[in-house]
Structure formats: C-alpha cells, structure tokens
Design a protein around this ligand. Structure first.
Ligand SMILES: [Zn+2]
Length: 362
C-alpha cells in the first residue's frame, strides 16, 4: 500500500492544490496554497515545500504536476502559461532535481480528464471528452483509453473554436469564440451589468462578492441554485450554447460521453438539461446514430490533482517492471499502445523466425 502513493499538484492561476493520492484515486492528505505568480522559481519552491511536507508522513514514489498552460507532448516543459511566469519552462526536470523524485507534467485539464476516466464520471468508457467551464472553456480528450494530447501537446483548447462568425471579441484576438457564449464569463458579464445598473439583483451580487471587482459567475450559479429565475435563465442560455458546441465536438470526435466540469457545472441540471436539449437538436444524423451521454464531472476541484498523481504513478510503475502488480498493468497498457516496445519487438521476431523456418523447410 505504502508503495502506491504519489503526489498530485494542481497549479492553477491563483491556487495550488496538492495531495497524496492512492492507487484508487483517494486523496489521503492535502494542502492548498496561493500560487506565486511572479516567478517560476517561486513556483518551484512551493512544489518543493509541499513535497517536503508530504514525504515526512508518506512513502511517496512519484509526483504528477497538472499545470495551467500548454505542456509539450513529452510531458516535461510548460511551453506557455497565460496566467503564470512560465515560458518554455523545463518544469519536469527542475522539479525532479529539487525533490529527488520522478516527476511528470501535463496540462491541468488533461489531468482532470484522466481522473474522470479512471475514477470519476467516465469509468468503463473508452472515449471521452471533458469540458471544463470556468471563466473560459478548457478540456481534455481520452481516446481508446489513452489521453490524446495532439502532436504539439495542445489538443483540447475547445474554448477558442469559433461558433459565431463576427461575434463577440475574445481575449485571444479572434471573435465569436465558444467561451464568449458558453462559460462563466458570460454569467460574470451579466452580473456586472446588473450591478452597474443598480438593480436589486445587482445589489445582491455586490453584497455576495463584497466588491464589484470580485463579481464572478459563481454568484450567478449560487443565486440560480437558490431559485432566482433570472439567473436560471442565464444559465440555461449558457447550457444551450454548451450543447451546440458539444454537437460540433461529437461530429469531430464521436466520444461515448461528454463530462462537464469546472465551476459553472455547480449549476448541475440547470446547465446540463438545456445542453442536452441543444445537443439533441443540433447533432448531425440525429435519430439515426448512437448519441453520447452528457453528464456532470464527479471529482470536482480534486480532479486535476488526482489525475496528475495517477499518471505519475502509472508512469513510475512502467519504469519499474519488477514491481509487484506492474506486469498486469504494463500488459494491459501495451494492448492499447501499439507504439510500445514489447509489442513491436515480438512481432518482427516471430515473423523472421517463421520466415527462416519456411526458408529451411522449402
Ligand atoms: Zn478566443
């Protein structure tokens, strides 16, 4: 048991969530810190500090880091992070040197998608798409039981698919991006407009947030969950746009399940029911094809941490084939990873032997 623990560290734009995670995806210890946004060295210090804290009480074998940014396909370098100081930051090797443990780095959404696949809403599915609705839209893809990162490591940035040509301006420089219509930003925009207009609802948002600058989508979600009709309508509208985008993703990827995570998913069925309706209305070939399920994520804010830890644990296990229990897992992995060496090596060998036998007998 002690051998099967790994640390998951989810580094977001404002918070670092770190935990010790066992092989069943249970978090057995956790800490939270503010993310130092000024320098990459400060983030490294924070990683080293939480690791030091955890190794005191737990036998840790590996560390997985989920980073809010573009991570290269070799899971070692954060190429770019919009909210943090990382620019081509070789985070994996730097963190491994500081902690003395094997480290794996992946995009935070990829980690969350992996966690939902292994332990959450998408267990027993082979193909899933995770859509995280926060201020923007992020996401992850698992295809045939493997995380799909794309050739350059950037797959799953769904938020910037254009859904309205010539539509609302987006921070990315384009216009009409999906996240301008189907994310927490939409709710935030509306809430701020209400506050500025001085309506009773706007006053309520101001009181909940404490300050205009702290008004966000979560106040709308909270008010909607408490029964406010206007907020429910705004969330239904976001859900409608969500379903339209999901139909596009289904046309491209055809997964069995769409898992909706992120803060806006706290609205539950207020969001998901309209998304399902719009999906059913928009899906190509509707009525003549199997339709993917749309469901809420199960692991909440822990998903990134759990997925990062699990990826790191599995990677460390593959590096130590002598470990008890490793063989079964490695074998299983080779079935779905045609590029892995054991399969590639045995196939040509058998062919060669059969060919030479054929040569000898003829
Ligand atoms: Zn955009």
């Amino acid at each position: 048991m002690a051998d099967k623990l790994s640390i998951g560290i989810d580094i977001g734009g404002t918070k670092i969530a770190a935990g010790v995670v066992d092989e069943d995806g249970h978090v057995v210890a956790r800490v939270r810190r503010e993310t130092p946004t000024s320098s990459a060295t400060d983030v490294l210090d924070a990683i080293a500090a939480v690791t030091e804290e955890f190794v005191r009480d737990h036998h840790i074998r590996s560390i997985g880091i989920g980073a809010a940014g573009f991570v290269d396909a070799s899971q070692s370098t954060v190429v770019f992070s919009p909210h943090l100081a990382w620019r081509h930051e070789p985070l994996r090797d730097a963190a491994a040197r500081r902690t003395g443990l094997p480290v794996l780095v992946d995009n935070d959404a990829n980690c969350a998608g992996w966690a939902e696949y292994r332990f959450g809403a998408a267990q027993n599915q082979s193909d899933l798409v995770l859509i995280t609705l926060g201020t923007g839209i992020g996401g992850a893809i698992v295809l045939d039981g493997q995380p799909y990162r794309g050739q350059f490591g950037i797959a799953g940035e769904f938020g910037h698919m254009q859904v309205v040509p010539g539509g609302l301006d987006c921070e990315c420089g384009n216009s009409g991006c999906w996240e301008q219509y189907a994310s927490g930003r939409v709710l935030m925009r509306r809430a701020i407009a209400e506050a500025d207009a001085g309506s009773a609802l706007g006053q309520q948002f101001l009181e909940m947030a404490g300050h205009r600058d702290r008004i966000g989508g979560w106040q709308v979600t909270e008010a909607a969950n408490a029964g406010n009709e206007e907020c429910r309508e705004w969330i239904a509208e976001v859900g409608d746009w969500l379903g339209v985008g999901i139909a596009n993703l289904a046309a491209a990827l055809d997964p069995g399940i769409f898992v909706i995570g992120g803060g806006v998913s706290d609205a539950g069925e207020l969001l998901i029911a309209p998304a399902r309706a719009a999906f059913a209305r928009t899906l190509t070939g509707r009525g003549y094809r199997n339709e993917a399920r749309i469901t809420r994520a199960h692991l909440g804010a822990d998903a990134g941490m759990i997925g990062a830890a699990d990826m790191a644990r599995l990677a460390a296990k593959r590096r130590r084939p002598g470990q008890p229990g490793a063989r079964a897992r490695v074998r299983k992995a080779t079935r779905t990873t045609p590029s892995m060496r054991p399969v590639a090596r045995t196939v040509p060998k058998t062919t060669t032997r059969a060919a030479s036998r054929r040569r000898r007998t003829s």
